[in-house]
Design a protein around this ligand. Structure first.
Ligand code: GRF
Length: 213
């Protein structure tokens, strides 16, 4: 990565952080199989064992590591250890793909501006752990997903891309989340690929522009 924000000069090295099934991770791995995509997944980090994301990474021969918060004296210690662990893989981009932990000062000190996350709601509506449930309970007719740059808040960073998804009358949290995840994988893959190939600029504290560097 060049000194300027968001300029990747070779095939971008992506480190993925995950906590769950790993379908977003899988979509990224599949996209990276195409040379023209411009990126490669160099490692997968998790905060728990026995999850689909780890199985998927191992199946594809991608190095993995797990750092559980409970093994550290404080959240700050965990955050620092996570930053150090990631450093070994020299990532250009860190992608939180269903990673259920907030990142702190040490981590964002190292990766702020090049760490992105995906959320299954149209931010700034419905941030937090239960975005899909909250949107459904509110009664929205359009739901969706947001890919954004991570800051220290909960789903508050500058938006990179969004996609809308219809809410159907008979939806429950599971059916709506499943429909959102289809759109989310496409959005994440498209956004990461464009960032890897075209770079990005933070034009104001809230506005990011991908491309046209
Ligand atoms: C995604 O919808 C993500 O936005 C949310 O959890 C889901 C993770 O899915 N936080 P997966 O583990 O990538 O399949």
């Amino acid at each position: 990565m060049d000194a300027g924000l968001g300029v990747v000069t070779a095939r971008a090295r992506i480190l993925v952080l995950a906590s769950g099934e790993g379908t977003n991770l899988q979509a990224l791995i599949d996209a990276c199989a195409d040379e023209g995509y411009g990126a490669t997944v160099v490692a997968v980090g998790t905060d728990r064992d026995d999850i689909g994301a780890l199985d998927r990474a191992i199946h594809h021969g991608i190095p993995t590591f797990t750092l559980k918060m409970r093994d550290f004296a404080s959240r700050g210690d965990w955050d620092q250890a996570l930053a150090r662990r990631c450093e070994a893989y020299e990532p250009d981009l860190v992608v939180c793909a269903g990673f259920m932990k907030l990142l702190g000062k040490a981590f964002l000190g190292a990766y702020g501006g090049r760490c992105l996350n995906t959320h299954p709601a149209l931010l700034p509506s419905f941030p937090g752990m239960h975005g899909v449930r909250d949107a459904l309970e509110y009664g929205v007719k359009v739901a969706g997903c947001t890919v954004f740059l991570v800051d220290e808040g909960t789903d508050t960073g500058p938006v990179l891309a969004q996609a809308a998804v219809e809410v159907r009358d008979d939806d429950d949290e599971a059916t709506l989340h499943e429909r959102i995840k289809v759109a989310e994988r496409k959005l994440l893959v498209g956004t990461v690929g464009r960032m890897a190939r075209e770079g990005w600029t933070l034009q104001t504290p809230r506005k990011v522009r991908i491309g046209n560097r």
